[in-house]
Design a protein around this ligand. Structure first.
Ligand SMILES: Cc1cc2nc3c(=O)[nH]c(=O)nc-3n(C[C@H](O)[C@H](O)[C@H](O)COP(=O)(O)O)c2cc1C
Length: 191
């Protein structure tokens, strides 16, 4: 296995995908990673809905918003670039009302498990929750926390040093993503 820091540098957000299905074994790993993730009080309030049929993926893709910092023609995947799999992350409010930290941990673990198989992802919060809930027939006792988009990336993405506090990602001349990150000195202080 490559160096863990190289692995984590590659585990970025991806927004254009090859139209190659994600194998069942990887889907299983993603769900298994979520199932065993740490969570407050070990309550396990998170539930998931997986969509991988082409018509479902297309329908859900029309209910999410891609790359707010880019014009749609640059940031929104074209028909032949959309993800091949969506996972809805749900909070079962009969178990817990607030599971935001649990969701963050589960999402991070799931996207990392996917990346171990070369499958890229995009965590999506800018989503039409009512319409996705209706489409997926999710009961009202659940909150739709976020959607995860998955697929084999058809572009690259790398971090770049942040300039003048500008956190907006952009595309380079190859249409690959460049993601500005703050310098270590800016985010940490050692006592
Ligand atoms: C909570 C959360 C919500 C996000 N929502 C969206 C979204 O709705 N649409 C999108 O294209 N990207 C979304 N992203 C991806 C972020 O834009 C991305 O993580 C950020 O630009 C940094 O890029 P990186 O993940 O490669 O470090 C979201 C990420 C997080 C963590």
């Amino acid at each position: 296995m490559e160096n863990i820091m190289e692995f984590l540098e590659g585990r970025r957000t991806y927004r254009r995908f090859k139209q190659t299905p994600v194998p069942e074994s990887t889907v299983k790993n993603i769900i298994e990673a979520a199932r065993c993730a740490s969570c407050g009080g070990n309550r396990q309030a998170l539930k998931y809905v997986v969509a991988q049929k082409a018509e479902d993926v297309r329908a859900i893709n029309s209910l999410v918003r891609w790359a707010a910092y880019l014009p749609a023609e640059e940031g929104t995947p074209k028909e032949d670039e959309i993800p091949v799999l969506f996972v809805a992350v749900l909070v079962d409010t009969e178990i817990s009302q607030n599971a935001d930290t649990d969701a963050g941990i589960a999402i991070s673990t799931m996207t990392t498990a996917a990346w171990a198989d070369g499958v890229g992802s995009c965590i999506m919060g800018a989503i039409d929750r009512p319409k996705i809930m209706e489409y997926m027939k999710i009961p009202e006792t659940f909150k739709l926390h976020s959607m995860l988009a998955f697929g084999y990336p058809s572009h690259k993405s790398k971090t770049v040093p942040m300039q003048d506090g500008n956190c907006k990602y952009y595309l380079d001349e190859n249409r690959d993503y460049c993601v500005p990150k703050r310098a270590a000195e800016e985010i940490v202080r050692f006592l």
